[in-house]
Write a protein that binds this ligand. Structure first.
Ligand SMILES: [Cu+2]
Length: 761
């Protein structure tokens, strides 16, 4: 047992990462070659890069960028640029991608979901790195580390994700990438470029800036970037709870203010070095994110500090036979939570600290085989350690440090092979298998005072248990694409995907209400107890997509995706009826409750429909495009008949886009149905239907870009169906001290503006 302030135990298994140090440099023998990014994607990215830097000129109907990777979809470039200009939250860029929804959390930490599967059920990679959240509330999610202005491409695998784009997940994959390094040419032997940008949002008085500077020679690129943003609490369109002080003796918080939604000091810095020789590229990047404060209206604590450092070394080699990528990464996170200014501090506050380290190594190769066959092979290793401890504050919360997870470990070793075959012009197939072995373990724990019944019995039971688990998982994905003629494409497939529980699902051990309430990954206001015996989730998905368009893909297209997923051992929750949980907890229907994770069977199914039509032959006054999207998803727990948590009700988006040269304007209407199919075991709140109108417009000159927009133009009040329970103010440390039954509302009207300058020599 260690107490806060004591030296960390030596990490006996760190030597593994050292051993892996030689991994990337080891000669790539054919047997060791493992997979890489699909070639088609690399080629497409090359063309995208050109598109984004070019001044967009619409003189003729523009061909829609065609997704060449099986299973992938991408937001339109223009839409991505407009969305990223006025937000500090990278997850916001995913809004509007068919099948993707965004679960509310802190101001820069929203959690994306694909077809109803969220958070670490998805494989989310930022520039190829698998970042790990280190927090009992997943406040520091992978996308919270990404600077939206740096993002140049977003690829979403929403249906069947090929095994080469990630294991240890049962939903799709999201790949976020910044621009590849640029090098000088013979005609321009030196490059200096840079950008400075800033945004303002009236709701919350949010303000942010970003800057980036690059110098490059033919063989060297050095890029430095920095960004920061802040926001006050946002307001809803009307009052949604009584006016009351949030903290003891504090000023009353108005009824329309979403308390604990402010954030400040989200400083991100990175220094990247790239070296190029022939077909070889070596990249080294060091980055740091330092958050000063981030409130969470649907959690009982706020993030009072987060310091994340990331070091990555990446080597890519491109040859006639294909390409190879090797990557080493190290992530070090120090995370602190406490009661923010809108909550009771109980005189002492309640510090909760997390320290985590993650070592990663990946090697992947694309090998071009004769007759248009492509082989992708790869291996991955990841080792994650976590210390989650709550320093003593006195009373029954002392005199010792509470260990929520002490020396948690999660080790993952993956290998995969995937074969893509282009049989004819119209038939493409892809089959892959992946082995994924996950070991998790955690050390013995202690409560604040094990002599007290509140802590001692649970700790003793946990310490007596066998906590090490090894899961042997395997995945399979098979996809086919049929393009009978230039106006239609059909794509379908089957996947078996597995994911092992995370440390905060297996190892939180206390049935004390206060301690359980602090363990919550979903923002429903309830408390969670872990279950060491949790088995991995295994999902079987079938998905079918049809895409119909004019032959040039310029005038119109209609796309439909239908999917069905059966999840064996889905990690849902049951009411806690043991330890310190009260008998009423088992049956309560209108209060926050204590739950324990449990494996049950579940199914999710739904439909994504989208359509686009260019309305006129573009003339001097520009071109007009109409688009519509409809998403339906349903999630059922087959073991209990309950609904699954955080499933978006049916919703539709209608948009009209006007494009004239580099002036692009969008008017969109989002209509969402009421949410009545909810997770009863969690007492999840139903929400009403609503309609929101958004406007955005952007104009780009050679050196300057302006974005302006109005979100929620008509200032409609609504509760966010994926916003969770409102527990952002008052005494949050016990089950009944905050009124149950209030959802987190959506934001009131906001006027947004962004301005950026760029230069390139
Ligand atoms: Cu946290």
């Amino acid at each position: 047992m260690i107490t806060a302030g004591a030296a960390w135990p030596s990490e006996p298994r760190c030597d593994r990462s050292r051993r892996l140090g030689g991994f990337g440099s080891r000669r790539a023998s054919a047997a060791a070659l493992l997979l890489l990014v699909p070639l088609s994607v690399a080629a497409e990215e090359e063309s995208k890069r050109v598109n984004m830097e070019e001044v967009i000129e619409v003189t003729a109907p523009k061909a829609k960028s065609k997704d060449t990777t099986l299973g992938a979809s991408r937001p339109e470039n223009a839409d991505l640029a407009a969305r990223k200009a006025t937000t500090g939250d990278a997850a916001e860029l995913l809004r509007g991608v068919p099948g993707v929804t965004v679960n509310g959390a802190g101001g820069i930490s929203s959690l994306p979901a694909i077809h109803g599967l969220a958070d670490d059920r998805l494989r989310i990679q930022v520039d190829g790195a698998d970042l790990q959240p280190a927090c009992p509330n997943h406040m520091n999610s992978p996308l919270s580390y990404a600077d939206p202005t740096r993002i140049e491409s977003v690829t979403v695998f929403s249906g069947i994700a090929p095994v080469s784009v990630g294991g240890d997940s049962i939903g799709g994959s999201i790949q976020i990438k910044s621009a590849p390094p640029e090098f000088a040419t013979a005609s321009a032997p030196f490059i200096a470029s840079g950008r400075v940008g800033s945004f303002y949002r009236s709701n919350g008085d949010a303000l942010g800036y970003d800057m980036r500077a690059t110098t490059a020679l033919k063989w060297l690129n050095v890029t430095f970037g920095q960004s920061d943003s802040r926001s006050d609490n946002v307001t809803a369109a009307r009052s949604f709870k009584p006016v009351a002080p949030g903290s003891e003796g504090g000023a009353p918080i108005p009824g329309d203010v979403v308390a604990s939604s402010a954030y400040r000091g989200t400083l991100k810095r990175s220094l990247a070095l790239a070296l190029r020789a022939d077909g070889d590229l070596l990249q080294l990047e060091a980055s740091q994110q330092k958050v000063g404060f981030e409130g969470f209206p649907n959690q009982r604590m706020d993030m009072t500090a987060n310091d994340n450092r990331l070091l990555t070394l990446r080597y890519t080699r491109t040859r006639a036979w294909g390409d190879l990528e090797a990557r080493l990464s190290f992530q070090d996170t120090q995370h602190e939570m406490n009661m923010g200014p809108d909550r009771y501090s109980y005189g002492t506050g309640m510090p909760m600290d997390t320290e985590a380290k993650t070592w990663g190594a990946t090697i992947k190769a694309n090998v071009i085989l004769p007759d248009r066959h492509l082989l992708r092979v790869g291996a991955e290793y990841q080792y994650h350690t976590l210390y989650d401890f709550w320093p003593p504050v006195g009373g029954s919360m002392g005199p010792n440090t509470f260990w929520n997870i002490d020396y948690g470990e999660r080790r993952r070793i993956d290998a995969f092979a995937e074969w893509e075959a282009r049989w004819t012009r119209s038939w493409l197939s892809l089959v892959g298998v992946r082995s994924d072995t996950v070991m998790t373990d955690a050390g013995p724990v202690q409560g604040y005072d094990d002599a007290l019944p509140a802590w001692g019995a649970d700790a003793a039971a946990f310490n007596a248990s066998q906590r090490r688990r090894v899961d042997y998982n395997w995945d399979l994905a098979a996809l086919a694409r049929y393009t009978p003629d230039p106006t239609q494409t059909y794509e379908g497939g089957y996947a078996r995907k597995s994911r092992s529980p995370n440390l905060h699902q297996r190892y939180p051990w206390s049935t004390n209400a206060m301690a359980a309430l602090m363990n919550n990954l979903v923002g429903d206001g309830n408390g969670y107890v872990g279950l060491v015996d949790l088995r991995p989730e295994v999902a079987h998905t079938v998905s079918l997509t049809g895409d119909w368009h004019d032959a040039a893909q310029a005038w119109w297209d209609v796309k439909a995706t239908a999917y069905y997923t059966h999840v064996q051992d889905y990690i849902d929750a049951r009411r806690c009826d043991f330890g310190q949980c009260s008998p009423e907890n088992a049956t309560a229907t209108n209060s926050f409750v204590l739950l324990q994770y449990v494996n049950q069977a579940a199914r999710l199914y739904g439909l994504d429909l989208s359509a686009r039509r260019l309305l006129n032959e573009p003339r001097s006054w520009g071109g007009l495009t109409a688009s519509a999207a409809l998403n339906y998803v349903r999630g059922d727990n087959l073991s209990t008949g309950d609904g699954l948590y955080d499933i978006m009700p049916p919703n539709a988006t209608l948009a009209l886009v006007h494009e004239m040269g580099t002036w692009i304007s969008t008017a969109e209407v989002l209509a969402v149905a009421k949410k009545s199919h909810v997770s009863r075991v969690r007492n999840e709140l139903q929400t009403g239907g609503y309609c929101v109108v958004n406007l955005r417009s952007s104009y780009e000159w050679k050196f300057v870009r302006i974005d302006a927009g109005i979100e929620n133009l008509l200032n409609r009040f609504y509760f966010n169906p994926l916003g969770g329970a409102y527990v952002g103010q008052g005494p949050s440390m016990s089950t009944s001290s905050i009124p149950w039954g209030v959802a987190v509302p959506g934001p009131a009207r906001s006027f947004n503006v962004a301005l950026s300058f760029k230069f390139h020599s």
